[in-house]
Design a binder for this molecule. Sequence first.
Ligand code: IPM
Ligand code: MN
Length: 365
Amino acid sequence: MEKNVYKVVLLPGDGIGPEVTEQAVRVLNAVSDVSNFSFEYENEFAGGAAIDRYGHPLPDDVLHKCQLADAVFLGAVGGEKWDHLTGDMRPESGLLKLRKGLSVFANLRPVAVPAVLAEASPLREETVKGTDMLVVRELTGGIYFGEPKGREGDDEAGEAFNTMRYSVEEVERVARVAFEWSRKRRKKVTSVDKANVLVVMQLWRDVVTRIHRDEYPDIELNHMYVDNATMQLVLNPRQFDVIVTGNMFGDIMSDTAATLGGSLGLLPSASVGGSVGLFEPVHGSAPDIAGQDKANPIAAILSAAMMLDHLGEQNAAAAVRKGVEEALASGARTGDLWRKGLNKVGTKEMGELICQQTLASLTNG
Ligand code: IPM
Ligand code: MN
């Protein structure tokens, strides 16, 4: 039988990016070996790695390759080495150019706290146990991209500015993504804004309200101001099903939500809405532990599972998720989640264990 071949551009990037990407690829290869699809990878550079190699954090050629792929997988970008750079030359700008260039306007960040991790949470076990939410972050608009922006003068006199703008269409399309996802979940959407202060967020609220009324009356919708919503995340995280919010609030809220499970190293993401999906762990490049086999590869591996889902390989995706669960249940933990009595493993060993458990789950059905 002909195998379905998916073309994936790998952008391992900086810091721990390459190490965690390696484990994600290992898991992808393990599942594809026993499935009727396979991957064709192209390795490219992004972020600081691309600055070193090409003199730009995301050259047009690299973006073009990504636009022609079936999916793009990114490790992490950024690091001290490039911190002196400004504006479009920063590693982070490469990532923003990639998101914009792929038109992936909806960033899906699922946060679930399985029972085995609830005790590792910095919050009380009974508060976080059973948390299961999806943060839908608008990704190609808002203050991250708004014009005008600029800096005038120096640090003794002058000013700098960014602009938060949203068009009706930008809010409509991300709201629809959130409502659609909530239909597959617990049918509840919380829209997070700052409509009490920002006129752009008044538009946000009006549009979300209208889309709900006209197209998704079966879904429960509530609105929260971002300050309260962030507090609610740590007070009572189980109240949330789907959260939809703008680019900057989503950035902040997803890191906050990620710590509920005890580590940022657990949180995957998928950026969708364009013709090519972008899959990346939410964590950064963690330069302090890079190259030491210490990083937690789970966020990257779960991002690979989201990629499998997006490509239509739901069985394989479910097996990878099961593989992660089983590896954690066996007591294996990387340093970020390790405590006395558990089995401390490195990045590679964690990847290997997840591969084994994934394959076991695939072959046992
Ligand atoms: C994230 C990151 C990025 C963002 C940075 C690296 C540009 O923090 O994906 O959350 O702010 O979007
Ligand atoms: Mn972030």
